[in-house]
Design a protein around this ligand. Structure first.
Ligand SMILES: [Zn+2]
Ligand SMILES: [Zn+2]
Length: 141
């Protein structure tokens, strides 16, 4: 399958940064950094896979960099697939992790000074925290 791969500007920069970093003690360590950086860059991309169902065998082929490339591979017969064939998106793992981190951000933050919830500092007639035993005078982040 002749998948057309195009390096993006930020990806080229990331590898260039590794290659220009002269702190690697050996060619092997530099090569390791190039490979792991490349793999991390791949995880930052969305991909597509070609799914094939043929006589009870369900197989996925990929990843393929674009939906267009995936359909080209199917239609050109390069994959030699029969039966039912489909194209599915594979979303970036690291993009998803970043999105989940944002979703996981604490919706009920606590005061850094007294550790009581932020809302206990928002009573209009109380200056500071409303918890009776608390002497905190101001919500602190
Ligand atoms: Zn407080
Ligand atoms: Zn408090």
């Amino acid at each position: 399958m002749k998948v057309r791969l195009t390096a993006r500007k930020d990806e080229i920069q990331a590898i260039t940064d590794v290659l220009e970093d002269d702190t690697y003690e050996s060619a092997e360590k530099l090569a390791r950094a190039v490979v792991t950086t490349t793999m991390r860059l791949l995880l930052d991309r969305d991909w597509y896979v070609v799914a094939s169902r043929n006589g009870g065998n369900n197989l996925l082929y990929g990843p393929v960099p674009s939906e267009n490339e995936a359909f080209k591979a199917i239609n050109s017969g390069e994959l030699g697939l029969g039966g039912e064939v489909g194209v599915f998106p594979v979303r970036s793992v690291s993009n998803r992790e970043r999105a989940v981190e944002e979703l996981d951000a604490d919706p009920n933050p606590a005061c850094a000074a007294c550790n009581h919830p932020k809302v206990t500092h928002e009573h209009p007639e109380v200056n500071g925290c409303v918890v009776k035993t608390c002497k905190c005078k101001k919500y602190t982040t």
